[in-house]
Design a protein around this ligand. Structure first.
Ligand code: PLP
Length: 478
């Protein structure tokens, strides 16, 4: 009987760890020569995998060989320099190392007491990030607010909705002394808000039908007059408008809702205002892009963005700030006896399990800290600036070609365009461009038309990659 390997042997780990880091370095180095997207049919990957797991240990070399043979060819390469689809999920060396260290420590940060450094580093780095983005003081942990890392923007809006629901129902209980506010709760977001808002409305029990989808103006922003009429009409007919989600950088076109005006309308109904800046929020680290992105934030109850999209922190990392952390904690705190401890009882510490849906939580702050420290804020700003400049160049090329329509001026690094020949021609062009494997673009509906979206945000993307993509698009449009 072969002797069993211990689950962790420092010397073996040292050696295998080096091999894995080498594999990752080689993977990134090989990306430009790989097709961006896989040519796969459903079941292709599984057809190479054995039906049963191994009984006996296999060497790392065999596993890495299968990564090369089976797994890597079945990936859409999100870190490829010519990946321009969806929004980026950009990673960087420092963030990947932070992820590795987090796994290496293997701690649980659910309570302050279960790893004080895990909690305090997170709070601290979110205060740093708040300052870098120019978000208002109300979100600082030194006051009534504070920041927390969630896995995703979807979780951010979900916890904001739960806190808003509790606040809305408790308001009546506390202020009017009524046992229960029986009015149906109504939430609002634009028709182009991310689908996670509607999903969250379903999950929290408001019901998807009670999310009113507010129409857009001609530039893709929420129509604030329509929002005001809907909220007033709901209030007048015995409903309780309680939550508004504004989007800073819509998924389709990158449009930025007029948050300050939305805030004024929301305030009339004492509704919670959540700002979803999942992608665009990162650009607020550049003073020249900041104003429209953080405008109105001083009136928001919660504001979130994804460092895992455009700020070089690998997935998953959503930064959420709340102005009143007590509202979030009141909605989500559960302290059964086995979790009670002296530090929590003093009220002097943050227990982040009270700010999220799951109990357990990993050391996510580490990779954010390492990215900020090892790249520095100025490099992050330049990363964003380059992409915005290249998007402008790409947009000019589109606008100068009579076969194309530039559907909107670019929003930051997102360009939406279409063939004048119509949706079918645009879809067929997109399919042909992606079939080359040399670049990857996705689509959205913008102003009722099928748009091809170019979202620049890759860690190693260059201006040449952007210009080569335009040449490919232009050549294939004939
Ligand atoms: N909000 C916006 C505006 C988005 O574009 C996205 C995803 O692209 C999300 C929310 C959801 O992000 P996540 O995958 O972090 O839940």
């Amino acid at each position: 009987m072969p002797e069993q390997q211990p689950a962790f042997d420092p010397e073996r780990f040292r050696e295998e760890g080096r091999a894995v880091v080498d594999w990752i370095a080689d993977y990134w180095a090989s990306l430009p020569s790989r097709p961006v997207s896989p040519a796969m049919s459903p079941g292709d990957v599984r057809s190479h995998l054995p039906l049963q797991p191994p009984e006996a240990a296999e060497p790392l070399a065999d596993v890495l060989a299968d990564l090369d043979r089976i797994i890597a060819p079945g990936l859409l390469h999100w870190q490829h320099p010519a990946f321009f689809g969806y929004f980026p999920a950009s990673a960087s060396g420092p963030s990947i190392l932070g992820e590795l260290l987090s796994a290496g420590m293997g701690v649980q940060g659910m309570l302050w007491t279960t790893s004080p450094a895990c909690t305090e580093l997170e709070t601290h780095v979110l205060d740093w990030l708040r300052g870098l983005l120019g978000l208002p003081e109300r979100f600082a942990s030194s006051g009534t607010g504070g920041g927390v890392l969630q896995d995703s923007a979807s979780s951010g809006v979900l916890v904001a909705l739960v806190a808003a629901r509790e606040r809305a129902t408790a308001l009546v209980t506390n202020h009017a002394g009524l046992a229960q506010d029986e009015r149906p709760l109504v939430a609002y977001a634009s028709v182009d808000a991310h689908s996670s808002v509607e999903k969250a409305a379903g999950i929290v029990g408001i019901g998807r039908d009670w999310l009113r989808k507010i129409p857009l103006d001609a530039t893709g922003r929420m129509d604030v007059d329509a929002l005001a009429s809907e909220m007033d009409a709901d209030a007048a007919t015995g409903r309780r408008p309680f939550f508004v989600a504004a989007t800073v950088g819509t998924t389709a076109s990158g449009a930025i809702d007029p948050v300050a005006k939305i805030a004024a309308v929301a305030a009339r109904h004492a509704a919670w205002l959540h700002v979803d800046a999942a992608w665009a929020g990162a650009a607020a680290i550049c003073p020249e892009f900041r104003e429209p992105l953080v405008a109105g934030a001083e009136s928001a109850d919660s504001w979130g963005f994804n460092p895992h999209k455009w700020l070089l922190v690998n997935f998953d990392c959503h930064a959420l700030w709340v102005a009143d952390r007590a509202a979030l904690v009141a909605a989500l705190s559960m302290k059964p006896d086995y979790l009670r401890n002296r530090a929590s009882d003093t009220g002097a510490v943050i227990d982040y399990c009270d700010w999220q849906v799951p109990l357990g939580r990993r050391f996510r702050g580490l990779k954010l800290w390492m990215t900020l420290r090892m790249l520095g804020a100025e490099a992050l700003r330049n990363h964003i600036r380059k992409h915005v400049a290249w998007a402008g160049e790409f947009a000019s090329l589109v606008a100068a070609d009579p076969r194309f329509d530039l559907l909107l001026p670019p929003n930051l690094s997102l360009v939406c365009f279409a063939l004048q020949a119509g949706d079918d021609a645009t879809q067929s062009l997109l399919d042909r461009v992606n079939a080359t494997g040399q670049t990857f673009l996705t689509h959205a509906r913008v102003g009722g038309r099928l748009a091809i979206r170019l979202a620049i945000g890759g860690a190693t993307t260059t201006r040449d990659d952007v210009l080569a993509t335009w040449r490919r698009v232009a050549d294939l449009a004939d």
